[in-house]
Design a protein around this ligand. Structure first.
Ligand code: PLP
Length: 476
């Protein structure tokens, strides 16, 4: 495969060098490497359409990660742009402290119609982290009202990612994300990552499930259920590397939560709004009924920031009945922002009109099947996924599943090669993660897989040339 063909290159509309220069001098970005501040600007993006990004040089690239797991309906949707523009002229802002708007009320009703069970009360936030923060604060608030202020601890898991506010970051289980940062350690208990690929040697997947459930039960007994308020978990651990817990795990965790009076929060910031072929995945894909669900990203397909928490009617009725003068003092200047809610309504219209949920279910076997073909490459340990989210994990030895010595760089190396050929993958240490816009079609998947294969092959060659890996290692 050659590098970018001329037909995939158009005239850029930005001066990429000037943008990079300003960024280097003034822009601090998420997860910046401190030693590179001021030296390195991230690739400049100019415009986007459908599943394609166009960079500062005019190169067209398939957006493998769909922005950041969020551009569900694809880029350049006229009706979302129109809804944003119309709402900006109609009512560009309203204070949610003193007023409400038609888009916020309509969106709350429409989301409540899609959530499982009685999760009918919607609190809007500014994104996923604030959605998680709100859910946790609500649970603490509830237990205070219930007269059990000692029931506050939070069960989370290794490899989880729940956001970047103090409390949501405290729940995240990726140690690297806590580098030199403080967290509310006293509140959070981290259980093992439910990653079947990294299960202990010699254990079957079914035994691994038992092991995880036993660990959770033992932890509850050790700490005391009277001290544990909730369990928070992504149905599929997205940023941890698209980790799909073993068969039966979700239901057994739900059963433990019920048995010990622990509330269950499903963090569906990634999995909701179509990523797994349903509005929400907890019930429809994994058969569980959480007490709260957090969402963000796909709710507006990333066009504008918005997040929220769906709270069960049952829990809500408990605070409704509480004494006068009690206030849930949690909220944001932009809670239920009318422009964001208008964008979300237009986004839901697109998903419905184009039947994108059915499209995801239809194309899922092809997407995962084609990607799975990459497992024949010596460097690829596992390809896993569900719906339109997938991960290609590179390892040094396929048999021992050992991560590469060059762990942190392998995903980046693959990405550098694929970008030169027209595909962005999201590099994460030794993994490449994909969650393309839901509108992706079979021929685009073919191109994705073809480029990714070539990207891995070129990376293998580089590693071999540097003497840090060989196909013999892979078989060892
Ligand atoms: N929860 C999950 C599962 C996420 O993947 C993310 C972000 O990737 C968040 C929460 C945080 O969302 P945000 O970055 O919108 O604050």
């Amino acid at each position: 495969m050659k590098s970018m063909s001329p037909s995939n290159v158009t005239e850029p509309t930005v001066d990429a060098l000037a943008v990079a220069d300003s960024a280097k001098r003034h822009l601090m970005q998420p997860w910046d490497m401190v030693d590179q501040l001021g030296d390195e600007a991230r690739p400049v993006l100019d415009r986007a359409e459908g599943v394609y990004l166009y960079d500062g040089e005019g190169n067209r690239l398939i957006d493998g990660p769909g922005g950041m797991w969020c551009v569900n309906v694809g880029y350049r949707r006229q009706e979302i742009a129109d809804a944003i523009s119309h709402q900006a002229m109609q009512l560009g802002y309203n204070s949610p402290w003193f007023s409400t708007s038609a888009p916020a009320a309509e969106l709350a009703q429409r989301i409540a119609e899609k959530t499982p069970g009685d999760l009918n009360r919607i609190f809007f936030t500014t994104g996923g982290s604030t959605a998680v923060d709100t859910a946790l604060r609500f649970v603490h608030f509830l237990n205070n009202l219930r007269g059990r202020p000692e029931k506050k601890m939070i069960l989370s898991r290794g490899d989880a990612y729940h956001g970047s506010t103090y409390l949501s970051a405290s729940c995240s289980g990726k140690m690297r994300d806590k580098d030199h940062l403080d967290t509310a350690r006293e509140l959070v208990i981290h259980l093992s990552s439910p990653n079947p690929y990294r299960r202990p040697e010699g254990m079957t997947e079914a035994d691994f499930c038992d092991h995880l459930v036993d660990e959770m039960e033992a932890k509850i007994e050790e700490i005391g259920a009277d001290k544990i308020a909730c369990f928070i978990g992504e149905p599929i651990l997205a940023s941890g590397g698209v980790i799909i817990p073993p068969e039966g795990y979700h239901k057994r965790v739900e059963a433990l939560c019920r048995k010990h009076d622990i509330l269950m929060i499903a963090d569906e910031v990634v999995t909701a709004f179509g990523r797994l072929g349903h509005w929400f995945a907890s019930k429809e894909v994994f058969g569980v009924q959480p007490d709260l669900i957090t969402f963000a990203k796909g709710v507006t397909s990333g066009y504008v920031p918005l997040g929220g928490v769906a709270i069960s009617e049952k829990l809500f009725s408990e605070i409704e009945r509480s004494e006068d003068g009690v206030m849930f003092a949690n909220g944001y200047t932009y809670s239920g922002h009318p422009i964001a809610c208008a964008a979300a309504l237009a986004n839901m219209d697109v998903i419905e009109r184009e039947d994108l949920l059915a499209h995801v279910r239809d194309i899922e076997p092809y997407f995962l099947g084609r990607l799975k073909e990459l497992e024949d490459l010596p460097l690829v340990g596992e390809v896993r996924g569900r719906g339109l989210m997938a991960c290609v994990e590179a390892v040094a030895s396929k048999t021992k599943r050992t991560p590469l010595a060059l762990d942190k760089k392998v995903g980046e190396r693959i990405d550098r090669h694929t970008e030169a050929m027209g595909l962005v993958v999201r590099p994460m240490y030794n993994m490449c993660v994909m969650s393309p816009p839901l509108v992706i079609e079979r021929p685009q998947i073919d191109v994705m897989v073809e480029i990714l294969r070539e990207g891995v092959l070129r990376t293998q060659k580089d590693l071999e040339a540097e003497g840090v890996w060989s196909p013999a290692d892979a078989a060892a």
